[in-house]
Design a protein around this ligand. Sequence first.
Ligand SMILES: Cc1ncc(COP(=O)(O)O)c(C=O)c1O
Length: 406
Amino acid sequence: MNIDQIKKEFPIFDNKVQNNDLVYLDSANSSQKPRIVIDRIYDFYSKEFSNVGRSVHYLAVAATNLYEQTRTSVQKYINASDKNEIVFTKGATEAINLVANTFGQKYLDEGDEVLITELEHHSNYVPWHFLRKSKKINIEFAEVNDQGEVTLEEIKKKITDRTKIICVTHLSNVTGAILPIKEIVNFAHSKGIPVLVDGCQGAPHLKLDMQDLDCDFYAISGHKMYGPTGIGVLYAKKKWLEDLPPYQGGGGMIREVKKKGISYGELPNKYEAGTMATAQVIAFNESIKFLEKIGIENIEKHEKELLDYAVELLGKNNSVNIIGNPKNKGGVISFTIEGIHPHDIATILDEDGVAIRAGHHCCQILHEKLGLPATARASFGVYNTIDDIDQLNKSINNCKKIFNLK
Ligand SMILES: Cc1ncc(COP(=O)(O)O)c(C=O)c1O
């Protein structure tokens, strides 16, 4: 893999940030965009724009075909068995809200339990929390261990007769832990419990195969996959999309509307109400092509090399404390430095052009468990290099110097 060549495909790296070369270590938050994705949005609006799925004129039919081509690309990328199992949403957050809302409406009653984990992003907790009030359900938490993982054994321990759905992250955006999804799904299914996977951090970094994973729902975020903002995907098994009620009402999702009643459209239209993020969906196809051109296995290998190098280097750096040590870990390193607030770390690193994130990373439950209000986080993408990690370590050392730390 020629990273220098790949990096050239991202215009953001052509410019200096505060007179520095950009060292972008915030891809778990959102990835940078390759030129083909940016150009596709421009070209679509300049030469091909029309709304989709409505008019019969040339531009409308062509745009609808492009929109549907992305659906087919996503289907292939995640190896779903049917293209109608791919529902476009505005992000992973909306995908999870869709499931919480519709599954909640139909299948959750007072006293039922939703099992999540302490690793979950707020996007995979708050939508379920709403049901505590409206449906009087309970939320149970599988606990994170000292390594920053949630094990299958822990999940098994927390399942009860009232567990109606299990919702777990694929790859933690704080500790980097990769959860044993296939094993969790196998066990859950043996008890008749469906599984939703928050795949935000999985989809850009891990090879996905929905038929092999066998999960019921998988939420994807386009903007973390080198794609545009405003686009996400809910993968759901067809049986669920047929069975669950619609999420939002409006144009595009109906079959027939009468004063006395309404029938809903075929899949996946039933879940795509109103004008969708047409340009973003069409440009998202380019990010999938980009990922496929490099090959997800190559990306996984490259990011693992970066991770191993960074864990070793930062591990040797006095006063740097890496959060968690999961056996199976993706390209995310959260850390603290004794005596320096994470926001100060991020601000000082930024002066060298090193972009990291500081805060609770939308995981306050986990940070409360860790007894930390915030951590600093470096996360990797396909464009990162060993030099980026060296610069991170160098800037951490500058930061320590400012605070008189050894
Ligand atoms: C693990 C995880 N889940 C959910 C989300 C929310 O995704 P989106 O921005 O697509 O709504 C994020 C984004 O930070 C995330 O990292």
